[in-house]
Write a protein that binds this ligand. Structure first.
Ligand code: AMP
Length: 210
């Protein structure tokens, strides 16, 4: 019996992934809040519930055949080792630069300080503009950095903009639009092709375009 392991991203993406999977007839058959490996209503399919940033690693090494994670994570990870066959159109947001609403214009003498958890994406963005910046790696609460003088700007995900607004920050530039993607292990795509393709086709049929 061919088995399939699908890695799902905890948090916001999971909230959008479960209804999508339900639409194609795949439902967890266990406590999704507690279990890290969850059986499903299909005896040969199980789910792994892990951090979004770990999904590419699990899929790349074949610990999961397929996975759902954000385009932000894939761009930061460098997605060459994975297939990325489907934009799921869920967990839509944008990767943006933001600063304090009342920040004076940057003097251009000192290097701009950028706080982010997306070091690679941020480096690439400023390198493309020919601007050298000082990057500060944070793991969360990026919005705090400009308020306490840790950084001039942040690079973070923005959805409604409410978090920025609540912290007196404004979005100054959109780097890229983001959504969650289905990724597939390269070997699984060959060895389990019929099963992987079947689930990809079902998903593709329920994805909202645009
Ligand atoms: P919002 O206040 O709706 O703009 O949401 C912003 C906060 O939610 C920030 O802390 C973001 O890092 C986080 N966020 C927004 N959209 C996503 C997403 N699709 N996936 C993960 N985190 C997100």
């Amino acid at each position: 019996m061919t088995t399939l392991t699908i890695a799902l991203s905890k948090g916001r993406i999971l909230e959008d992934s479960l209804p999508l999977l339900a639409k194609i007839g795949l439902k967890p058959a266990g406590d999704i809040g507690r279990l890290l490996r969850v059986p499903t209503n299909h005896p040969n399919i199980s789910l792994l519930i892990i951090r979004p940033a770990d999904v590419p690693t699990f899929v790349e090494y074949g610990a999961a055949d397929m996975g759902i994670t954000g385009k932000d994570v894939l761009m930061e990870h460098g997605g060459e080792a994975l297939y990325e066959p489907l934009d799921l159109g869920i967990a839509r947001c944008r990767l943006s630069i933001a600063q304090k609403k009342d920040a004076p214009p940057h003097d251009g003498i000192r290097r701009l300080r950028v706080a982010t958890k997306y070091l690679e994406l941020t480096r690439r963005h400023y390198a493309a503009k020919g601007q050298q910046v000082e990057m500060i790696k944070l793991y969360g609460s990026m919005e705090l950095a400009p308020l306490v003088g840790l950084a001039d700007v942040i690079v973070d995900l923005v959805d409604t903009g409410n978090t920025l607004k609540a912290n007196g920050l404004i979005e100054t530039e959109i780097i890229t639009q983001i959504s969650a993607r289905m990724v597939v292990n390269k070997a699984s795509m060959k060895t389990k092709h019929a099963m992987v393709q079947d689930w990809l086709d079902r998903l593709s049929g329920v994805v909202e375009r645009g």
